[in-house]
Design a protein around this ligand. Structure first.
Ligand SMILES: [Zn+2]
Length: 217
């Protein structure tokens, strides 16, 4: 039962949960039983927190198939041993060293608010809790932004898309600063990939790192 204090939002979530119990839980009991023993995903996906870009939905995968980290703008920070809570680094370490995933895929997306804020610098100087955490996080894109702004300026579709593409490249570059990642990649045990989902047309693009260009999958 949903009690009287239930909001419309919670009611929708619970209704969704009931559909899941019917269509996702009971029919797939064997899968859930196997997963109870442990997870063995082969792929880690780093995606944006944006509600429109759910990797499990885009790649149509079942539970247990992808290990996902989502954050503002799908960013990976560089390898750093400074104090602080390194959430992405912890997840990466777990995926690569413990789960031994074979691929790490960075999934950027169109209309990304984080990339837009990086481009416009609209949150620069904001206090923590009032935009400052986001500003500090997307400052990871500052160097890449300089190049984008030189070529495309700070406004318009071309600039936005260039910033979003650049974000994927920055994350790949930062992934390679982790010794465990670069070593496994060097030995051919780990593959890094860049991808981009354009939410305007629903088309997935893959990055060709040799040319630096994204092509429809
Ligand atoms: Zn985003």
């Amino acid at each position: 039962m949903i009690d009287d204090s239930a909001t419309e939002e919670l009611t929708q979530l619970i209704e969704g949960y009931r559909r899941f119990r019917e269509k996702g839980w009971h029919p797939q009991r064997a899968r859930w039983d196997r997963l109870r023993e442990g997870q063995q995903p082969k792929v880690m996906v780093i995606a944006c927190s944006d509600s429109r870009v759910d990797p499990a939905q885009i790649f149509d995968v079942d539970p247990g198939e992808i290990f996902v980290v989502r954050n503002v703008a799908a960013l990976v920070p560089p390898f750093e041993v400074t104090t602080g809570r390194h959430g992405v680094s912890a997840a990466l370490e777990f995926a690569v060293q413990v789960l031994r995933v074979k691929e790490v895929l960075v999934l950027g997306h169109g209309m990304c608010g984080g990339c837009h804020a990086a481009l416009t610098q609209e949150l620069r100087g904001a206090e923590p809790g009032k935009g400052g955490f986001v500003a500090d996080w997307i400052a990871l894109l500052d160097d890449a932004r300089e190049e984008v702004v030189r070529e495309f300026g700070t406004e318009g579709q071309a600039a936005a898309r260039a910033m979003e593409f650049a974000g994927v490249r920055v994350s790949l570059q930062n992934l390679r600063t982790f010794p465990c990642v670069s070593e496994l990649e060097g030995r051919g045990k780990l593959k890094l990939r860049g991808a981009f989902f354009a939410i305007t047309d629903g088309i997935l693009h893959l990055l060709d790192e040799r040319t630096g260009r994204f092509h429809p999958a």
